[in-house]
Write a protein of this length. Structure first.
Length: 422
């Protein structure tokens, strides 16, 4: 039997997940196709809306800062209300696992590199460590977790001008793990409170940290404080230390990103979204300006997936949703138009952290998130785009990647669901 849905979403990251959730809200049947595991496991777990514009910031109010963006920026295309709708979808999906929904202003979150990042939504475990909270802080790192240098991170946070004292200490984790042990191994040991030297690892860890405390009211650990029982672990350590314990978002592999991925998979399941993971979309067929079917390569067989409406959420250059070679830039699934300078030397600037043109490469959508041709017309009536595959924003420089994904997904998914149900 042919596989047919009202809406088919191609791409399983943040944008794809929320496009699917938005479409499902309309009552449409939805399937999400994802080639590889979600990129959320590589992300910090923070939801940034807009922190900087043209290198200026951080901005306290991301919505006020949107007025400074160019007309082709995704926020300008979809409008401020779409950003709010994206955040509403996010808040409903994650429940009380995240904070920040009580205010429209950004919070300032210390990260593993020592930056203080403006962000709109952040995990509950991160909340006690916000830079706006009074109370001196101790950052704790471990010899076996080399990706987080606590003293260096603390020095950078202090240099940013936070209104409290912060210092870092590197300790030996109470249990010996292999040098290549994943952060999930540490989390599992704390979840189960595994035994070490005749006592639980949580108690041993708390006793080691207590020796370093010098009156600090807060203690920050790299994000590794449990997985299945994370809140219990954090509360236990806080009680033993007599200080508020928080997690510091880290780089990949990110436990906070993995946790968010699990939350979203549960939300998709609850919404009735079907998921097919592990096989790439390799081709499509269209008739009279409408996509009829996409083909997935499944063990070297072309498997067709039919739908009334399609959403493309395959990511940008990093996610391979946009590809480039020495001559051109292209969207590889549907062959969508991606504007770019003919001279490849104009794709970047000489400064490493400059406003590179390549960072804004992507499809150009209309107001309903339909990718347009070079003439500005929708390339397909029933194809929409969301997330990093949409051009016009330097999301890394702006701290806006999550917000762009949520806002464009809200519009693309909602419109796809509504049109499919007509």
């Amino acid at each position: 039997m042919p596989i047919r849905e009202d809406v088919l979403v191609v791409g399983g990251g943040l944008a794809g997940s929320f496009a699917a959730l938005a479409a499902a809200e309309s009552g449409a049947s939805v399937r999400l196709l994802s080639h590889k595991k979600s990129t959320l496991r590589q992300a910090s777990g923070l939801i940034d809306v807009l922190g900087y514009v043209d290198g200026e910031g951080p901005h306290a109010d991301p919505f006020a800062a949107m007025a400074e963006l160019s007309d082709d920026h995704p926020y300008s295309v979809v409008g401020e209300e779409a950003v709010r709708e994206g955040l509403r979808l996010f808040d409903e999906a994650v429940g009380d696992a995240y904070r920040g929904g009580h205010t429209e202003t950004n919070a300032l979150v210390p990260t593993h590199g020592g930056t203080v990042k403006p962000t709109a939504r952040y995990p509950e475990s991160v909340a006690p460590g916000l830079a706006s909270i009074d109370g001196d802080a101790l950052f704790v790192g471990f010899e076996s977790l080399t990706d987080f240098e606590a003293p260096l991170a603390a020095d950078h946070v202090a240099a940013s001008g936070v209104p409290f004292n912060v210092r870092g200490a590197t300790l030996r984790f109470p249990m010996a793990f292999r040098a290549d042990a994943k952060v999930t191994r540490y989390a599992r040991a704390l979840d189960k409170n595994e035994r070490v030297d005749g006592t639980g690892v949580r108690r041993a860890l708390a006793e080691a940290v207590k020796e370093e405390l010098d009156g600090e009211a807060r203690v920050g650990f790299p994000a590794m404080l449990g997985d299945d029982h994370a809140e219990e672990v954090r509360r236990d350590l806080s009680d033993r230390l007599g200080a508020a314990v928080f997690e510091i978002p880290t780089g990949p592999p990110s436990l906070l990103g993995l946790t968010l991925e699990d939350i979203l998979f549960d939300a998709l399941d609850d919404a009735g979204v079907r998921m097919s993971v592990g096989n790439p979309v390799v081709d499509y067929e269209a008739t009279d300006g409408r996509v009829d079917v996409v083909y997935v390569d499944q063990k070297h067989k072309r498997v067709p997936y039919h739908a009334e409406e399609f959403v493309l959420a395959t990511g940008g250059l990093v996610g391979k949703g946009i590809r480039s070679n020495r001559e051109r830039v292209e969207e590889p699934v549907f062959g969508l138009h991606v504007p770019h300078p003919d001279d490849r030397y104009e794709w970047s600037e000489s400064a490493a952290f400059g406003d590179h043109a390549f960072a804004r490469f992507g499809v150009v959508p209309d107001g309903e998130m339909r990718p347009t041709t070079e003439r500005g017309e929708p390339q397909f009536e029933n194809l929409r785009a969301a997330g990093g595959v949409v051009g016009g924003a330097n999301t890394a420089r702006e701290n806006s990647a999550s917000g762009v994904s949520l806002a464009t997904a809200a519009v693309a998914g909602t419109r796809a669901g509504e049109e499919a149900r007509r």
